[in-house]
Design a protein. Structure first.
Length: 268
């Protein structure tokens, strides 16, 4: 797990931290109030204002920190990924291996963007749109025994197939309080989740599923996060890449040149 993913979700200020700061804020005006024995409306207003300001500042700072960390996760992931994606079409013999490497890293990054505790898995739809088959999963998903296949028919399986065929997907803040809790598939002890359809050119390809153990670890608005959407769009685009034709590539000028070493000594 990367440093950014370890930070994400752990540095966010906890609710008890907000409570402590609020209590301190309320306590500050209490000292002069005791000294002057004046617990009137002004005192009550001052306490309420201090508590509100402390809570707002704490939550705002926490939110900004998470935003910064998510941007850092994406930045650190995209640079090596963009380099690898440029090599996918260079050697037809390594096309499948390199494409799978990119897809696996995108699935890992999606979980890192969500939360340090998140498990992620990517499923492809069958041609008949009746089944989902596991393609890639991060370490947490393997540990929590994500299912390998979902088929129409079983209630929870059908929910996921429908999510894969939808446009916007589905967020679950707390599965135990969700009105569809009887239909939603969650793995070992997971409580929050996001189910995001993977598409390319309007064609449904599969489903990206991310889950975490605690309610709210994957917030409802995460599905609309542009960084997360970028990862989902990249998955769809990489999935649509076709293996290059060796004969056609050989006829393109300049594409059979030997690699040139860059100043750092790595082959381009």
């Amino acid at each position: 797990m990367s440093l950014e993913s370890k930070l994400l979700g752990r540095r966010k200020i906890k609710p008890w931290g907000v409570a402590v700061l609020s209590a301190v804020s309320v306590g500050l005006p209490t000292v002069p109030a005791f000294a002057e024995n004046s617990f009137g409306p002004y005192y009550i207003f001052t306490c309420a204002a201090c508590a509100a300001i402390a809570s707002f500042f704490t939550l705002h700072t926490s939110s900004k920190r998470v935003e910064t960390e998510r941007s850092s996760v994406l930045e650190h992931a995209l640079e090596p990924l963009s380099c690898l994606m440029g090599k996918i079409l260079v050697d037809p013999a390594e096309f499948e291996e390199r494409r799978d490497t990119v897809l696996k890293r995108l699935v890992d990054t999606a979980a890192e963007l969500a939360h340090a505790d998140a498990a992620s898995a990517l499923y492809w739809l069958t041609a008949e749109d009746t089944e989902l088959h596991l393609a890639f999963a991060n370490e947490q998903a393997v540990q929590r025994h994500f299912q390998d296949k979902f088929s129409r028919g079983a209630e929870k399986d059908s929910f996921l197939v429908e999510a894969a065929l939808s446009v916007a997907g589905r967020s679950v803040h707390d599965v135990r309080k969700d009105p569809d809790r009887g239909r939603i598939y969650v793995a070992d002890d997971c409580r929050s989740a996001v189910f995001m359809p993977v598409r390319a050119g309007g064609v449904q390809q599969g489903l990206l599923m991310i889950q975490a153990r605690k309610p709210g670890h994957i917030p409802n608005n995460f599905r609309e996060d542009k960084r997360f959407k970028t990862i989902v769009h990249l998955i769809g685009a990489v999935r649509e890449m076709k293996k290059p034709d060796s004969a056609l590539r050989a006829s393109v000028p300049g594409q059979n040149k030997p690699p040139v070493n860059d100043p750092q000594g790595t082959s381009s």
